[in-house]
Ligand binder design. Structure first.
Ligand code: HEC
Length: 147
């Protein structure tokens, strides 16, 4: 057990040591990664949104579990847009306006954090507000940078 933990710790250390720029061997891998994390965010935000709109009965634990995934994935938003990975449905402006793009990602990340806080607090009214705000930050970036 201890031995396995050591191996795991070693693997994690190696993974963390890889610089962000070398995370994807090929541009296609970066495109796949960013699409995958976006799809996951949509799925888990959708589950919270279904409760906020009353389509699905509100369950604070389920809302918090899903909001947590949206919140964690918020930190991955910019990672799949490495230099040279222009393509997919991503507008080329992303690679010219990196600061603006990153700012929109940070806004989405911040709202996802509020979504998680509202879900954890079990407050349906706060959750409704947070779902709308989070969805708004997704849309703001898509309107600017997605084809
Ligand atoms: C900072 C900008 C930005 C933010 C914030 C953002 N997205 Fe995206 N999203 C994009 C871009 C750019 C694409 C197109 C990526 C591509 O095709 O390579 C995309 C694509 C997608 C797709 C389509 C994926 C596919 O399979 O083609 C979904 C679904 C999606 N986003 C959901 C979300 C959700 C939900 C949120 C908020 C929780 C979000 N996005 C936040 C920029 C953003």
């Amino acid at each position: 057990m201890t031995f396995q933990l050591h191996i795991l710790a070693g693997l994690l250390a190696a993974a963390v040591a890889i610089p962000a720029a070398a995370q994807f061997a090929r541009p296609d891998d970066a495109i796949k990664y960013r699409k995958a994390q976006m799809v996951l965010k949509q799925a888990h935000l959708g589950r919270v949104a279904a409760m906020a709109s009353g389509r699905v009965p509100f369950d604070a634990k389920v809302a918090a579990d899903n909001a947590e995934i949206v919140s964690v994935l918020g930190r991955t938003t910019t990672q799949g847009f490495m230099a040279g990975s222009e393509g997919g449905n991503a507008k080329a402006e992303i690679w010219k306006e990196t600061a603006k793009f990153n700012e929109l990602a940070e806004k989405a990340d911040a709202e996802s954090g509020k979504l998680l806080a509202a879900a954890k607090a079990g407050n349906l009214d706060a959750l409704k507000t947070a779902v709308a705000a989070t969805g708004g930050t997704c849309k703001a970036c898509h309107d600017a940078y997605r084809n």
